[in-house]
Write a protein that binds this ligand. Structure first.
Ligand SMILES: [Zn+2]
Length: 387
């Protein structure tokens, strides 16, 4: 099969696995940001950035995800962080598009440093192209960005952006308060939408915002496991697709086992709407196969992705699946949804190069990465507890 593609992820979140948030359980998504993610990302050094990326890349090779679009934050280790991640991607042999999430939450100096990191990394790929790496420009979300910083990002870059949009209604209320308009309109006014921009989540947008996303051909990514975990609501993916918005499937830092994300999407919308007709198999494949491949091609235009065809990138996986019922081209999505497990991936290739054979990783030392990440994560957790 073609390798799986992940349209939105966060390698930096790997060390959150098993981490307890002290005190009462967070009550909503803004509370989760403040008490988990904005403390965890500040606890990361460049070494932690490297190992959290490697942990995710091991997971991706093992579970057949060959292209990943990452969105990175490490406010105390911004300079050079994208090079560190790029090194890890190169070591893994996978394909990735990287960016740094610019934000004002740590003051104007760090916002500037984030802008510089995006620009520097993109320019480094122009001067020294690496066929399996691409760059875009990251922004955290409207709710942590001033008008001045949005303009500074637009002035620094014109090739598309990667930004969280209306993941929680707080993003919309903040935008209305700051600008008198909603989050998508606000980003549009600052020139940040377009056919190379990714708007992750879009759970709380209204119909006018959906129309703007369709008109500007902005990509939307859907992350159902994350949306359930943060209890932010169910994005109106079917309406967006009907309106012509290109909705792709990401994992927001959950495991790089993309079939688990398929299953979550398939089940979530049925449960949320109490309607078994929601999020059918074709809707899932539209996002996870067709649209993910088209989005990945924005960043890797040299050849088709997500298909097995002469001239396409040889990003391939072998799946040890023995169907106990008839398997046809027409019913493959339902075999994936009800029968496939990511542990059935036995071999992974990217750009024609074998990265895993008989479930054995050929370029990443999983034991070393696991042992070192466990040591580093313990130190990150100590800094997190002290913060
Ligand atoms: Zn995200």
């Amino acid at each position: 099969m073609p390798g799986n593609i992940c349209a939105h992820t966060h390698f930096y979140g790997a060390f959150a696995r098993g981490l307890a948030i002290p005190g009462d359980p967070p009550q909503d998504f803004p509370d989760i940001l403040a008490r988990l993610w904005w403390r965890l990302d500040k606890s990361l050094t460049l070494d932690d950035v490297r190992y959290s990326a490697l942990v995710c890349l091991v997971d991706a090779v093992k579970h057949g995800t060959t292209t990943l679009i990452d969105h990175h934050a490490s406010p105390n280790a911004i300079d050079g962080s994208l090079d560190v991640i790029a090194d890890a991607v190169g070591q893994a042999g996978l394909r990735a598009c990287l960016c740094y999430e610019v934000t004002d939450r740590d003051g104007p100096d760090r916002a500037q440093t984030g802008i510089r990191e995006n620009v520097r990394f993109a320019q480094s790929l122009v001067s020294t192209p690496q066929p399996q790496l691409a760059a875009t420009f990251g922004l955290h979300a409207s709710l942590t960005l001033s008008a001045e910083t949005l303009d500074a990002c637009r002035a620094a870059h014109s090739g598309g952006f990667h930004v969280h949009v209306a993941e929680h209604e707080a993003d919309e209320y903040d935008s209305l308060k700051r600008s008198g308009t909603r989050a998508v309109d606000r980003l549009e006014r600052h020139g940040l939408l377009g056919p190379r921009t990714i708007a992750a989540h879009c759970v709380h947008i209204d119909s006018r915002e959906a129309e703007l996303l369709a008109r500007t051909q902005t990509w939307v990514t859907h992350q159902p496991r994350s949306n359930m975990n943060n209890a932010v609501g169910a994005a109106g993916i079917e309406g967006l697709l009907r309106q012509g918005v290109r909705v792709a499937l990401g994992n927001d830092g959950f495991s790089n086992a993309m079939w688990d994300e398929w299953k979550a999407a398939y089940l979530y919308h049925k449960a949320a709407h109490r309607d078994p007709r929601r999020a059918g198999g074709y809707t899932i494949t539209q996002m996870a196969v067709t649209n993910n491949a088209a989005l990945a091609r924005v960043f890797f235009p040299q050849a088709p992705l997500g298909v097995i065809a002469p001239g396409a990138f040889a990003d391939l996986i072998f799946v040890d699946y023995h169907a106990t019922t008839p398997l046809t081209a027409g019913n493959l999505p339902w075999h994936i949804l009800f029968g496939f497990e990511s542990s059935m991936v036995t071999a992974t290739l990217c750009a024609g190069r074998l990265l895993m054979h008989d479930r054995k990783l050929l370029f990443l030392d999983e034991a070393e990465i696991t042992a070192r990440s466990r040591e580093l994560a313990a130190q990150v957790w100590r800094r997190f507890a002290d913060s």
